[in-house]
Design a protein around this ligand. Sequence first.
Ligand code: SF4
Ligand code: FES
Length: 369
Amino acid sequence: MTQAILPPIGMLAELTHRCPLQCAYCSNPVELLKANREMATEAWLALFDQAADLGVLQIHLSGGEPTLRPDLEVLVQRLASRGVYTNLITAGVGIAEGRMEALAQAGLDHVQVSFQGAFAPTTEKIGNHRGAHEKKMETARQVRAAGLPLTINAPIHRHNIEEVPAFIDLALALDAERLEIANVQYAGWALLNRNALMPDRASVERQVETVRKAQEDLYGVLAIDFVTPDYFAMYPKPCMGGWARDAFVVAPDGSVLPCHAAGTIPDLVFDRFGDKSLAEIWLQSKAFNAFRGTDWMSEPCRSCERQEIDWGGCRCQAMAIAGSAAETDPACAKSPLHARMAALIDEAMAADREEFRYRRIGSPVLERQ
Ligand code: SF4
Ligand code: FES
């Protein structure tokens, strides 16, 4: 049945692809945009105004590293004046003294700091940045000192999955409100590095138990969100809450996308803000309408009782593994290609596991860690 198009409520603004870290699990596209492709302040302000007019309630300011934009305070101020909730997603490295305070003054609502490891050697190895861990600790302290709520984001993979208990201790020590234990999604750079990042089944099972117990023990003290690992799942996640359902992504150059990895789906063409208004794009863009709702689904999704729970899973994962974005996400046990997920886990276990392609602007290079 054709569903009405409701206004979006969330937006991920990738303000820049520049970043001081080079994380191999990054979900940004492999072809990163250089600084000269980024939208100017005025264009972002116009876009934010249109987003607020359209009904967006919450904007995640992300990247790359959003604090590399010297106009971040101006952007935050505009969003605050429009009553939009702002969440800064930062790697927490290279942030000048006083910047968090300035962002809080501008009206920032919340900060999420990523940690590549619970210990310095892991953080430095995964992000390829010496001293990163201490800098992140300092940023987290500055967030709390500025009176802002803090989430610690821990992207989980083979190299840090055994650090989950230590991530919990770290979040408590930093007085965080929330900890996201987020198993990496294999898109962008993470897909290139899948073999090196894939955890083994026993570690995943230990992790599930640790998180379950901590969620119970720390109820009311620390909220722990758990993003489960798709490759080990029975059912997929409702990626982006469903394609073009209530959220979208804007790339640094103003391209408006249904999700961060949508550029990997070859037949889709994405509109740019400025060529069209945000409302036109949200309502009429062919790319947005391609997988909206349930009409596009074929079997097994078409007759499945979960179709409005997970919306057929992730279109980009279907593209990467099934070779077509219109297929059921192979993470689903009902997909005829579900066995391919287990085969990819086995393939990763047998591969050279010590090689990364670190995220950089330019062509990917294979490096031993
Ligand atoms: Fe979700 Fe489709 Fe699997 Fe049903 S068949 S659980 S709708 S992915
Ligand atoms: Fe594109 Fe999931 S990342 S739909």
